[in-house]
Design a binder for this molecule. Structure first.
Ligand SMILES: *[C@@H]1O[C@H](CO)[C@@H](O)[C@H](O)[C@H]1NC(C)=O
Ligand SMILES: [Ca+2]
Ligand SMILES: [Ca+2]
Length: 358
């Protein structure tokens, strides 16, 4: 415990500032009014993000490297998701510029899926076994929601992202220190791992004999067999007054009433599973998918679609504990958002899938 905490504090000596290049770039046009993109951290771009994207071979490397010697999955549980056709997307989009529509018929083959978001403890097992170093650790910083930073850390940061001022670039924030350098994961082993880039997530899944889900697989799984419903459990956000996901209640970003019991992330499986036995498909942490981002989709019937062949951003699904309807109505199965693959933040995690029976 002491050692882990020490590791976090080593980085705390200097709280730095990231220059956010291109924060007003291509995303702005796609973003809905009143900063609706905000809690999705899609305004966040690393300095030189473009350069990174072009070094494609770099980010692909870890997956291969760590797939060797993979020896079964730690702790986690997968369920078989029986394949079939489903209606992907919606003709009644909550956030039209996100490309939630049109509603289109898609078939996915059977696959196994983690019932839960990958946890800190699971990621620790991976790192213990492989010595993997995440991109945020290499960069030396990551984005943390200001509402979960300590005053000490917050006071030393002078620059935020203009379009989303509640995101602060924090030196020393990474999966081991998710709320900033004076935090650590010792007390939250069963919370979703955060501050993992797309390549980090892929490396973990590969090590665990899996891969990231396609957006179609993820959405099929989210819907849990229900047709034309907003959420994994139906159309009412809080059936019988119960909370079914870790979201934001109150006035974002200033007041989080935590009516659902959690100000930040919750332990995985804290809310009811959907009909497929999957927990936290919406809320808690956003989840990376394998697909590149695009907002125009064919209406032709598709089988196992994998998204566009290339792009600059990856699709993430499900929303997070920071999502409130007023700013980020993205805790719906059809909703989607995007980040550059090298992004990392205090509300972004993942789960893995594996090939199903053939
Ligand atoms: C990782 O390694 C550390 C140090 O050997 C050990 O204390 C810890 O229990 C390991 N964690 C997991 C999840 O394997
Ligand atoms: Ca909450
Ligand atoms: Ca989630």
């Amino acid at each position: 415990m002491m050692r882990l905490f020490y590791l976090c504090l080593v980085f705390a000596s200097v709280i730095g500032v990231l220059l956010i290049q291109g924060a007003q770039g291509a995303h702005s046009e796609a973003a809905p009014p009143q900063g609706a993109a905000s809690c999705g951290c899609d305004k966040l771009r690393r300095d030189g993000a473009q350069q990174h994207a072009e070094e494609g071979s770099d980010s692909a490397a870890p997956a291969h490297k760590y797939s060797e010697g993979a020896n079964g999955r730690p702790q986690g549980q997968m369920v078989l998701i029986a394949g079939g056709p489903f209606w992907m997307g919606t003709d009644d989009p909550g956030i039209p510029p996100d490309g939630e529509g049109p509603r289109r018929l898609v078939h996915v083959d059977s696959f196994y899926m983690d019932t839960q978001e990958v946890t800190n403890q699971q990621f620790q097992s991976f790192v213990n076994a492989t010595g993997y170093i995440t991109e945020a650790e290499k960069f030396g910083d990551s984005f943390v929601f200001e509402g979960i930073l300590s005053a000490g850390v917050k006071n030393q940061i002078t620059q935020a992202v203009a379009a989303a001022p509640w995101w602060l670039p924090v030196k020393g924030a990474n999966w081991r220190c998710p709320n900033g350098p004076d935090s650590d994961i010792t007390d939250i082993p069963d919370h979703p791992v955060l501050h993992v880039s797309w390549a980090d997530a892929g490396a973990y899944c590969s090590w665990a004999n899996g891969r990231l889900p396609t957006e179609a697989e993820w959405e099929y799984a989210c819907r849990g067999g229900l047709e034309d419903r907003l959420y994994p459990w139906g159309n009412k956000l809080n059936p019988k007054g119960q909370h079914y996901a870790n979201l934001w209640q109150g006035d974002f970003p200033n007041h989080n009433s935590a009516e659902d019991g959690y100000m930040k992330t919750s332990p995985v499986r804290s809310f009811p599973a959907n009909a497929f036995g999957l927990y936290d498909m919406v809320g808690n942490a956003w989840e990376w998918t394998a697909d590149w981002w695009a907002v125009h989709h064919t209406t032709e019937r598709q089988r196992n679609p994998t998204g566009p062949p290339s792009g600059t951003d990856k699709v993430k699904k499900g929303g997070s504990y920071m999502c409130h309807k007023s700013y980020c109505y993205r805790y719906r199965c059809a909703a989607r958002s995007q980040n550059t693959p090298d992004s990392a933040a205090s509300n972004l995690g993942f789960r893995c899938v594996a090939e199903g029976k053939t």
